[in-house]
Design a protein around this ligand. Structure first.
Ligand code: ATP
Ligand code: MG
Length: 306
């Protein structure tokens, strides 16, 4: 069931004859239906909206990521629910604060207090930045799209600022989470093969978008190398959330939970490997390897018995 807040926004937009807002609100409802797993219903609703997209008022269509954008924006599947992620208490608290602000965003805006929409996730690889962004989207009922900076810069050299504009327009037209993944690429390549002037222009364009774009959802920057980020870019984000490397105890707890899910009991050797895995992604690979081995063994035993 679609919530009353979304329907009220839609009806008010229709009442005002604001077709751009109408299209955005309607597509937001479609996204919610999609996010709940009703793919077919979402498709039917999208088809029904074509007329609105081509409304005589000539308002811009609500774009699905198409053409160049489809290379840059990747819809991020929800891997792990937010409640199942291993997060530091301070990170969880900040994420809860964002959820509270999201729920009260209209009241906050009416009081002249915009919610914090620009978040920076930083920490080593495999420690939950991307998976948390997607999980947050699921909790807020909006899709998450990963912006691949390598694609944005590599494929469209010279046109990067134009494509950045398109990406932020996309986020201005629908409530979604835009994950600016590998944002450090901009800093990392400074002085490398890319023309420094070009790179500076991209950083400036990105900062302008962060300052000026009317973001309807959230923008999450993610980086493994916060020290490589331009300090001015760092300051553009309202909140900085750290995803540190897990401790051995956290890796063990994570591994045990995953092992239970796969009906595995952990041998001392696997526990040792888990504790030294370094990050959650490596710990996950370790358990999945064991789970595969177990199933293959069971399969062989069955074959031999038969
Ligand atoms: N904090 C966590 N709690 C539970 N699982 C996690 C956590 N962090 C990572 N994982 C597991 O590891 C996988 C990889 O994590 P993720 O892609 O979010 O890492 P990342 O920090 O974005 O890494 P990178 O910097 O390489 O992009 C996830 O899909 C998830 O299964
Ligand atoms: Mg990531």
């Amino acid at each position: 069931m679609v919530d009353t807040r979304r329907l009220t926004t839609l009806f008010s937009a229709i009442g005002r004859g604001d077709w751009e807002e109408t299209a955005s609100s309607a597509l937001e409802i479609v996204d919610t239906v999609d996010a709940k797993g009703n793919r077919k219903a979402a498709q039917t609703l999208r088809g029904a909206l074509n007329g609105l997209v081509h409304h005589p008022a000539g308002r811009p269509a609500h774009p699905a990521p198409q053409s160049a954008l489809s290379q840059i924006l990747i819809r991020c599947p929800v891997g792990v629910p937010l409640t199942e992620l291993f997060l530091r208490p301070e990170t969880s608290e900040l994420l809860t604060a964002i959820q509270d602000e999201w729920a009260a965003q209209d009241a906050l805006a009416a009081a002249g207090l915009p919610m914090r929409r620009r978040l920076l996730f930083h920490g080593p690889p495999g420690c939950g930045k991307t998976v948390t962004a997607a999980a947050l989207g699921a909790v807020l009922g909006v899709p998450a799209y990963v912006v691949r900076f390598h694609a944005l810069i590599g494929s469209f050299l010279g046109q990067t600022a134009v494509h950045l504009r398109e990406v932020f327009q996309f986020a201005a037209q629908r409530r979604c989470i835009l994950v600016l993944d590998e944002i450090d690429v901009l800093g990392k390549q400074r002085g490398n093969q890319m023309d420094v002037g070009e790179l500076d222009r991209i950083v400036v364009a990105l900062m302008q978008e962060l300052d000026l774009a009317k973001i309807r959802g959230l923008v999450i920057g993610a980086t493994n190398l916060p020290a490589h980020l331009d300090t001015a870019l760092w300051r553009r984000f309202d909140l900085h959330l750290e995803f540190p490397a897990p401790t051995a105890a956290e890796l063990l707890a994570y591994g045990k939970r995953l092992a239970k899910k796969h009906g595995l009991s952990l041998s001392p050797a696997v526990r040792k490997r888990l504790a030294g895995a370094g990050d959650f992604a490596a710990a996950e690979r370790c358990i999945l390897e064991e789970a595969r081995r177990r199933i293959i063994q069971l399969h062989k035993d069955k074959d031999n018995a038969g």
